[in-house]
Design a protein around this ligand. Sequence first.
Ligand SMILES: Cc1ncc(COP(=O)(O)O)c(C=O)c1O
Length: 473
Amino acid sequence: MSANPSLFTDLLDDNVHTGPVYRRIAEAIATAVATGRLAAGDRLPPHRELARDLGVAVPTVSRGYREAEQQGLISSTVGRGTFVSGIPHLRDTPTPGQSAGAWRLDMAVNAPARSMHENLLRKALTTVSTTVDVGALLGYEPDIGSYEHRQTACRWLARSGLEVDPEQVAICHGGQHALLVALTASLRAGEILLTEALTYPGVKSAAQLLGISVSAVALDAEGLIPEALEEACASGTAPRALYCMPTAHNPTAITVSLQRRQAIVDIARRHDLLIIEDDVFGLLVEDADVTPLAALAPERTLYLTSLSKTLAPGLRCGFLAGPPEMADRLGALIRATIFNPSPLSTAVAMRWLDDGTADRLLDWQREEMARRRAAAAHLLRTHPAVSHVRTAALHAWVELHEPWSASEVVVLADGLGISISPTVYFGAGDQVLPRGVRLCLGNAAEVGTLTAAIRTLLGGLERGPTWASGTRV
Ligand SMILES: Cc1ncc(COP(=O)(O)O)c(C=O)c1O
């Protein structure tokens, strides 16, 4: 069967699509395959014909087809034409029980996008193996990392607006480990940790592991509400610490204003509250004043970040910075939990930070995610089931109109081959949760695959919740 030419007709509408035309062509193909408008074996229009219909140059169409071919969507045979290969190439492997090549996209795990990362890792491994004392990588290192590595870490932290000395910084095994160390250093079992009412699930599990009680502080559209924090501090059992994500909050994507940051810090000072600031997404936010709380209240803030969201989670490289008098305690806790961060992956991470690779990858990630966020927001915002969308860093937070519940949407998405996370996953207290879901935008192999998945999900929503639950009877 030949592809219906209407597949490509709205491509040139700048209100619907952004980016160069060749990309829009590849994206239209990805969407059509994902939504079933194109099936394996369908024939695409010849380059010349499509160029004429769209009023663009033939090389533009050729480039678009080439891009779709690189994604494994189509293949061309000289003399025969261009045909749909079938399923878009997703990075995910099929889950057990699924047929090979089944359409599945993980939008539940919050990971950055990837492009040239694998080649750069190969290069870094070669460089590390030839320029570093390889024998040293087989031994133990100082618990908080070498002084030289901590100097490198300080230069990276300065990009986030945090000026600290190497004596104040510890290298950890990723952000989750930094969080575990920060919690252990701040609280004992039975004590209370305040968190935003919707929070990163990893803090709930780490607190549970340590026997720490979590108590929620309400959020509004601008983030943690200072008055609610004040109230929580003044309540019967005085909390000792606050864990929060003022920049690109997970899951709501809110970035707190400088004024509110200042108010939070003032309250913490008045109530002698320690702050554990999680800034894993900070460097991905460019359009706001994101002065860290740690810069406003260095005497009471443990600041943590990692390279997982900006570069790659597999590096397992996190940084924890705090007041100088806490350094020994942090070292002891790292020793007690992992002895020292892995010298091999730390060496690769430090190489990337020192030789400019990290800057390049960060720039690329920022650009790529800006494109993905814009495409996702454009599709989601106009849908009747969606009441509110906010995007930041690597994710989108989507609130839904009645009658949809977050769990219904998650079940619906799962049936369509898309994993997403409902509000309940992030709820920290007993409060009523918004009807929300988080979509992670980084795992799709490219923006066309992402928009195809979102269109598929929105198509499912159009059929209504009755249809979704009907699939389960
Ligand atoms: C807010 C937040 N903090 C910390 C982490 C842990 O990151 P890492 O991979 O560096 O352990 C995550 C991971 O999803 C996160 O979302």
